[in-house]
Design a protein. Structure first.
Length: 192
């Protein structure tokens, strides 16, 4: 009974921490045209790579739900449904769909023993998450602004590719380092 209570407490703590990290990472905003630069992608990858699948998804969808109901957790300290259905909201929708696809990939490809293969596995999940976010954001940006596919790509994706690749690498490296250093995280992954 005590072990179950501890497990639930750890899960709630993981989710709360992840939502807080996502909100803070969104507040670090540099405007670059219609889509701002934030640290969200780094933290998204970090959360998916570090936490057990259920906690990762609950955290990301919880974050999106909080933002949708008006809590100012999105970039520029914005919140509300308008943020999700607006021109850049597709990227937020893509965070949820991408996280789900990344978690499915991680569940299908069990964690290998060799560290280099573990890192490759996490990097592939991060790339799936990012490409899904790009695709959803690109489509919504085109649909709501009337931009051509090339113009929407140039405004909403191209300026971010190199920076996002760096953020993905940092997120994966941080997650892998913490997973090795924190016993509770290793325990949670073994049970997931």
């Amino acid at each position: 009974m005590k072990k179950e209570a501890l497990k639930r407490t750890e899960a709630v703590a993981f989710c709360g921490l992840a939502i807080a990290l996502l909100a803070v990472s969104a507040w670090v905003t540099v405007p670059l045209g219609p889509v701002p630069f934030t640290l969200q992608t780094m933290v998204l990858v970090f959360v998916v790579a570090l936490f057990p699948p259920r906690e990762a998804l609950v955290s990301i969808f919880g974050y999106l739900a909080l933002g949708a109901i008006g809590v100012p957790v999105f970039s520029g300290m914005k919140g509300g449904l308008a943020s999700i259905v607006g021109p850049t909201g597709g990227f937020l929708v893509g965070f949820g769909i991408g996280a789900l696809l990344a978690v499915l990939l991680l569940k299908a490809w069990r964690e290998p023993a060799a560290k280099p293969v573990r890192i490759i596995r996490l990097a592939l999940a991060a790339i799936v998450l990012l490409l899904t976010s790009y695709a959803c954001g690109w489509v919504q940006l085109m649909a709501l602004t009337g931009m051509s596919p090339a113009a929407a790509f140039a405004a909403g994706i191209a300026p971010f590719v190199v920076l996002d690749a760096i953020k993905l690498a940092i997120g994966v490296a941080l997650a892998q380092t913490l997973k090795e250093a924190v016993p509770a995280l290793r325990r949670a992954h073994r049970k997931a």
